[in-house]
Write a protein that binds this ligand. Structure first.
Ligand code: TMP
Length: 253
């Protein structure tokens, strides 16, 4: 499918104009960045895996009634999505202490939290995506109180869905980040899960061994990132049988 002109290039994806108004083509790159792009590399096959995994999670969410921007996968690296206005927040849900929360509060990594905790960061790379409160969000008008109610409920539904699906294949969902967009339908707006849901934006640990299967493998040089992502894809049955990401580009139709 012919894509239109490039609209935006981020660290891991590129957005192009889609074939119809209100659509975009989202292209998954192999580029990996961490620590606000202080660490950068190209990881062969990462984009192909994230395209498939994000499709898998977004389609599943749609089936349980959580609206997403996903329309269809176009090829190995591209998917067609609805164009939406991204709310400038990173919505993070945590089930176990890890990463910045473990550090900030001095909690041992891996400790189960008393309940899922939802937090918000302002999407601003220059500032390093600072944590913000709902007071800030309301005062600066980044999202309305109604939006925030909807975002909280979407975030918790996504958490329950992802936790359950991953638990079923022996993986613990430690935490994850989503982005939420506004779609306008006439005078109405509704919120949809946008961007991507992939091991780039989650922490995923093998339940039996504790092995990390997410971008922390890249952040902390723990081994092969594509092997980790392929392990998740294989357990979820997302990759065709006998395919490994190393056989690119014939492995996935
Ligand atoms: P953190 O512990 O570094 O705050 O990250 C929490 C979760 O959010 C973790 O699953 C990784 C994800 N995340 C992103 O997807 N993008 C980001 O820019 C950051 C900082 C975190």
């Amino acid at each position: 499918m012919a894509r239109g002109k490039k609209l935006y290039e981020g660290k891991a994806k590129v957005l192009y104009e889609g074939p119809e108004p209100g659509t975009l083509v989202q292209y998954f790159k192999d580029d990996a960045t961490a620590f606000n792009a202080q660490k950068v590399d190209v990881i062969d096959g990462k984009g192909v895996l994230n395209n498939r995994l994000s499709e898998y999670f977004m389609v599943g969410l749609g089936q349980i009634g959580v609206p997403t921007h996903f329309l269809k996968r176009l090829n190995m690296r591209e998917q067609l999505v609805r164009s939406c206005e991204i709310i400038p927040l990173e919505v993070i849900v945590r089930n176990y202490a890890a990463g910045s929360m473990a550090k900030r509060l001095g909690i041992e990594e891996g400790k189960q939290l008393p309940r899922p905790i939802v937090e918000y960061s302002l999407k601003n790379d220059e500032l390093g995506d600072p944590l913000v409160t709902e007071e800030y969000i309301a005062a600066f008008g980044w999202a309305s109180p109604q939006d925030m109610d909807d975002i909280l409920s979407i975030a918790l539904r996504v958490n329950d869905f992802l936790s359950g699906v991953l638990y079923g294949v022996g993986i613990k969902l430690v935490d994850f980040k989503i982005e939420v967009g506004r779609v306008y339908e006439g005078d109405f707006q509704r919120l949809v899960v946008a961007d991507e849901i992939s091991p780039d934006s989650c922490r995923l640990w093998d339940i039996e061994t504790g092995r990390k299967l997410d971008k922390d493998v890249f952040r902390h040089d723990l081994g092969s990132l594509t092997e980790a992502y392929a392990e998740i894809a294989n357990r979820l049955g997302v990759l065709p049988k006998n395919a490994t990401p190393m056989q690119k580009p014939t492995l996935i139709n």
